[in-house]
Design a protein around this ligand. Sequence first.
Ligand SMILES: Cc1ncc(COP(=O)(O)O)c(C=O)c1O
Length: 390
Amino acid sequence: MTPRGRHFFANPGPTNIPDSVQQAVAHGTVDFMGADFLAVYDRCVEGLKRVLRTTGHVFMYTGSGHAAWEASLANLLSPGDRILVIETGHFSEAWSRMATDLGLVVETLPAEWRRGLDYAALREALGADRGHAIKAVCAVHNETSTGMTLDLARIRAILDAAKHPALFLVDTISSLGSIDYRHDEWGVDAAVGGSQKGLMLPVGFSFTAVSAKAMEAHARSTLPKHYFHWSRMLERRHKSFIGTVPIALFYGLQESLRLIEEEGLENVFARHHRLAEAVRRCVRHWTGNDGPQLFCLSPERVSDSVTSILVPEGHDAEALQRRVATMNVALGAGLGRLGGKVFRIGHLGDLNEPMVLGTLAATEIGLRLERIPHAPGGVDAAMAYLAETA
Ligand SMILES: Cc1ncc(COP(=O)(O)O)c(C=O)c1O
């Protein structure tokens, strides 16, 4: 039977699409070289740069975040180059596997997934690399599998203090437009992002924001590329996209950027923080003696776009997810080695208090029905916090 009522989508990406963006995406086909579209396109590029806080160039591709991962590696590096990937969770592992497949030598800086990076270990690894064999350091700003963030300004400072020339590559896929990100200020050389999370668009395009240093590295890079070739892109009018531009998504982006600017980027971040904190208050209440708990054990690293929740030993997070789905609420699954152990609540993009509370309430019903131990009343804790901070 077709479920009644609105679908509550609480997966951490793709995310909910605002109605006005959905309508904008329904725009009919136009010539992507025509003057009307080019004006929309150029405005979108400028708007996207403001969200990224950069004055540099942004290369775009028709493809999901994986495309931007691959494009960034292929444009900056050469076969056999060594890169250091900071282990954060499922997505840092996936980016590492891709780099290995592309012919790079991947060194991983290991971390315990519930606590995250030991910054001293990064300092040590860079200090030990006296010959500067490491060509790039890769960091996932917001690890969507564990619900933890990295302090990018701190990583930049460590690179600078070590006088290490490695490129600084950052994945902003689940942070951009939800959590503070400052491309130029933090000296990031290549930042990867996608349309379907904080930008509140359908899946379909992804991008890399680059620094001048990244463009110098690009000139030396010999990994094979064609569709992703940045120099070829610069020869084109759009200075991005080899091939047809995803026209409809740009009408959508024009609208989503309008919404972000109307709210103000700082207010967007504050809204994300407040809704995330409501979710955390609820989970901490559920924890009680032996209930579900925040996967992230480092309070200063918790993510404002997604919360990963560890179910008690002997209980199945997937069964809970299925149960909650019967109420037309989509939670995120545990990814990779966290499968069945963790469920995730996405709280990024087009979201308000009742949407968060509805998701939490359905989850609390699910905990009850699945007989997963928890202290009842988590939703009250979230409501109390939202009332206090209204
Ligand atoms: C942090 C992060 N990086 C990379 C990806 C991969 O992006 P995509 O699924 O759009 O290819 C995701 C997807 O959720 C992600 O959350």
